[in-house]
Structures are given as structure tokens and as C-alpha cells.
Write a protein of this length. Structure first.
Length: 95
């Protein structure tokens, strides 16, 4: 079992959610309006540093991780301007 931690631009939330449903992801947790500094710059939700991130946590079978990661990378590339999607994979065990 893997836990994917996905940090993404809040502006693509609706499209990302649709993508999850299309790939059979039925359960996940989202944390909205997070602040941070990453590859697309600082996001603080202010006029000086506009934009916000969301965080997605998905528990998924190890053999399905690459399929979902590839799908999220394709989603990122579908935008003219890089929306920022960073993906981490962690070993997970439900207790």
C-alpha cells in the first residue's frame, strides 16, 4: 500500500477531482488553501504572492501508483501555464 501526497495549484481542483473519479479513485482526503514555496513560486493568497495550494492524500495499491502518477503528469502537461503538481509516494499501512 502506498500513500500519495499530492501538492497542487488550487485552480485545478475541479479538473483533478474529475481525473481521480475517471481513474476509479473513490477515497481520498483534501486539505484546502495551503501556503508554500515550490517550483512555481511562493503562494500565500495575497496580492503580492497570489494563489493557493491544496494537498491531496490518496491511499492506493502499490501496483496502481504509476498509472495514477502518469495520469496526474498528463493533467499537468495539458495546461499552457504550469499549474504546479508535486507528487510524493510513501509506504503506508492501515492500522
Amino acid at each position: 500500500m502506498k500513500l500519495l501526497l499530492v501538492i497542487y495549484d488550487s485552480g485545478i481542483d475541479e479538473t483533478l477531482t474529475k481525473t481521480l473519479k475517471e481513474h476509479g479513485i473513490e477515497g481520498y482526503t483534501k486539505i484546502f488553501e495551503t501556503h508554500g514555496l515550490g517550483s512555481t513560486g511562493f503562494k500565500d493568497g495575497t496580492p503580492v504572492f497570489p494563489g493557493m495550494n491544496n494537498v491531496l492524500l490518496v491511499s492506493i495499491a502499490a501496483e496502481k501508483v504509476q498509472e495514477l502518477v502518469d495520469c496526474l503528469k498528463t493533467l499537468k502537461q495539458s495546461y499552457k501555464l504550469n499549474p504546479g503538481i508535486t507528487i510524493y509516494s510513501l509506504d503506508a499501512q492501515e492500522l
